[in-house]
Write a protein that binds this ligand. Structure first.
Ligand code: ADP
Ligand code: MG
Length: 363
């Protein structure tokens, strides 16, 4: 992405390019032209120039089919928290289930660590779901008659891990999610937040490469929800797993996501960092989503800096281009001169009171 090049996206055109660029590293998951169409004539839709270009509503009227996911392509980088966001019905759950073929895609490719999982046989798929990709659901999916420790160890049990090793690993991840002391409780003795911690521990127990989350916190109270979001951030720092996180909540997306994919009616609308979505929304749908976001909390200095002008006093303090505006407000307002935005020893631009106030006033 452009943030790696150290070059400021100076024009709308540059910014649009930044939004579409893919990470330079080998992706963990690479989705290409993925379709999931429900209905009797589903198979004919992706390959038909005419049908594949219809909106979801038009397709439904013409064929009775529902296009839940339409021609989606994106890459997820190793260690990234990749968020998929959209209103209810936009196709998020269908998409995330297609990634492990819990729902069978109609067309396209899902390449996981170099292998197209659409070509996997049943055994390879089972191994994929048991060992390499774990999922955390909104409705925790815990086994009610099993204690916490046995819920957490369940995946290891069906994998055939020996009991002593299962219990050792379960104790480890129970500790990791802060549930030590509750090993022998039953799920219904725990609050919603704690049940979701069990879900997290269960997903982590098998040490998967990727964690998929489908709106895991949507049913939780706001305060618990905030705790759980912080928990995911902490876990991400500690275990560094690649995560694909589904949500309909923009503030959750901005808080967790390294990049965010916005979906509408099955289609990709925009992929970008929070700053890219807020700074250069692709259309009115995205603009509506980001309207209420305090811009100074999301935009970085590269988005608000201006070119150096003749007569600028360049003795001000230096900041990196990826510093969030909010974190530079005080320094800018206190400095008697513009601050310099510098990357790799290169002066990219400057930020003065006018640039800061334009953002803060608009927040
Ligand atoms: P989201 O998770 O974003 O709310 P979903 O992936 O659940 O969206 O659904 C996307 C669209 O696909 C919706 O219009 C939904 O009604 C439709 N859909 C989902 N599952 C099925 C199914 N099994 N049969 C027919 N339509 C479905
Ligand atoms: Mg859903």
């Amino acid at each position: 992405m452009s943030t790696d090049t150290g070059v400021a996206p100076a024009t709308e055109g540059d910014r649009a390019m930044a939004v579409h660029a893919t990470p330079a590293v080998e992706p963990v998951i690479s989705v290409r032209n993925l379709w999931k169409v429900f209905g009797e004539k589903a198979d004919g839709v992706p390959g038909s120039t005419e049908l594949s270009s219809l909106s979801r509503k038009e397709l439904k009227e013409a064929t009775g089919c529902v296009a839940a996911v339409c021609d989606l392509s994106f890459d997820v980088a190793p260690g990234e928290v990749f968020v998929v966001m959209g209103l209810s019905g936009s196709g998020k759950s269908t998409l995330v289930r297609c990634l492990t073929r819990l729902i069978e895609p109609t067309a396209g490719e899902v390449v996981f660590q170099g292998e197209d999982i659409l070509n996997c046989n049943e055994k390879a798929l089972r191994d994929l779901r048991r060992q390499r990709i774990s999922m955390v659901f909104q409705h925790f999916g815990l086994l009610p008659h099993r204690r916490v420790v046995d819920n957490v160890a369940y995946g290891l049990e069906i994998r055939g891990t020996a009991k002593a090793e299962r219990l050792r690993r379960a104790a480890e991840v129970i500790d990791l999610v802060g549930l030590t002391g509750y090993e022998h409780s039953f799920p219904d003795q725990l609050s919603g937040g704690m049940q979701q911690r069990v879900g997290l521990a269960r997903a982590l127990a098998g040490d998967p490469d990727v964690l998929l989350f489908d709106e895991p916190f949507s049913a939780l109270d706001p305060l618990i929800r905030r705790d759980m979001q912080n928990e995911v951030i902490r876990l991400h720092h500690e275990v560094g797993k690649t995560m694909v996180f589904i949500t309909h909540d923009l503030s959750e997306a901005l808080k967790l996501g390294d990049r965010i994919l916005i979906m509408r009616d099955g289609r990709l609308v925009q992929i970008g960092t929070g700053a890219e979505l807020v700074g250069a929304p692709a259309d009115d749908y995205v603009r509506d989503f980001v309207r209420e976001v305090p811009r100074s909390h999301v935009l970085t200095l590269r988005w608000i800096m201006r070119p150096v002008a003749d007569g600028d006093d360049l003795e001000g303090p230096e900041f990196g281009p990826d510093v969030i505006v909010r974190d530079a407000v005080r320094a800018v307002l206190e400095a008697e001169r513009p601050i310099k935005v510098v990357a790799d020893g290169r002066l990219l631009g400057v930020v003065g009171n006018a640039e800061i106030l334009a953002v803060v006033a608009g927040s």
